[in-house]
Design a protein around this ligand. Sequence first.
Ligand SMILES: [Zn+2]
Length: 444
Amino acid sequence: MMVFKNADIYTMDHKNPHIADGYIRTENGVITAVGKMKDYQKKQDETERDMKGRILMPGMMTTHSHFYAQFVRGIMADLKPVTNWPQTLTRLWWRLDEKLMPEQNYYSAMLGMIEGVKAGTTLYFDHQASPGAIDGSLDLLEKAAREVGVRAALAYEVTDRGGSEGAKAGIHENVRFIKKMKQNTDDTVRGMFGLHAIYSVGEETLEACAKEGAAIDAGFHIHIAEGYEDVAECYRRYDESVVSRLLRAGILNDHSIAAHGVFVTEEEMELLRDCGVTVAYNAQSNTNSGVGIVPVVPMLNKGVHVALGGDGYSADMFRELSVACMLQRLKSGRPCEFTTEQTYQVAFDNPGRLAEKIFGRKTGVLKEGAYADFIAVDYDAPTPICADNFLGHMLAAFSGKVAMTVINGKVVCENGKCTFVDEEKIFAECRKQAEILWKSIGQE
Ligand SMILES: [Zn+2]
């Protein structure tokens, strides 16, 4: 048992949003009590951590990440300029992921996770791609997750771009890993069933994924309508929309993720709402790729479960949320767009709801029975702060101020240093592995 005491707690629980001088008790990875210090009594064999008045809040979550993409930072390889979305895939991502070897999959994941926990990100729904090293790739990500101490749902993206053998290997990796994780007694790592996108997955492979996934009650994780080419190809091949085709295949349900949705129609929004799928909104990545702005506010107004994602672009979900909010205001031309309630839904409620489906318990909220996934923030508010304006302070100032990250009741990062891993040693190896990878794609 561990207690985090003398904390200024913002719970994200509408019934009990703020405890000015409080404590959180954790046991076996779960919150067993959240209360006021005046009611606190130390129990026997209990370890105490004095938070000295720091803010405690739920950890940040990403419902769409790519650990494999981390070595693209500062890439020095001979890459032709990219002028549209399909070229971004063929000239950068698909050249890069095809060369990833097991060591690079592992170290790239370690980099993504270490930077994530330092930034206060506690939960990751990851989508892996390494066509040259498919078998066992999710085990390497699992190893990294356990070493750093993060909560993660891992999927391998099935695609037909490497022919039917590659697709079969991807399906096998998903099924094998999901089954393995179902037998695991701890609930920090889970498997999901990944598919790349409808334009890179043929009909036969799509049907095979749906069948294999349904047999093990898997949640799926797929990109939808990230570029307009996805929409056009779906109409050309099936004469129907992306969402409609994926629904008919059985890929979209209440424990699945559809990432992006830049080009979804009003009709598709209603289908997304009705099936209960989580739509991962990746504002910085969409901006960087120049694909467009996801119609998040219309989706939220219709009741679609939109949740924050990073798409491998950023591990700092505070910064991501700030851009997410600003883009919606830019798109609509209205400074009041993307309300406080919608910010809460996208950052906490909807990712937490998905976590409950995949891992079994709530997260994104500090209350009894939820996972003990939370962060301490070093923030001496220069203007009044309370439950009603907390998210305003958070959006403006919390990026870079995470003092402690707790996942499953364990302090995995404190004062900018990871607890369980030697990050200097790992980053030195990351630099080596990134260089090998860059050379391998530059020599083509
Ligand atoms: Zn993605």
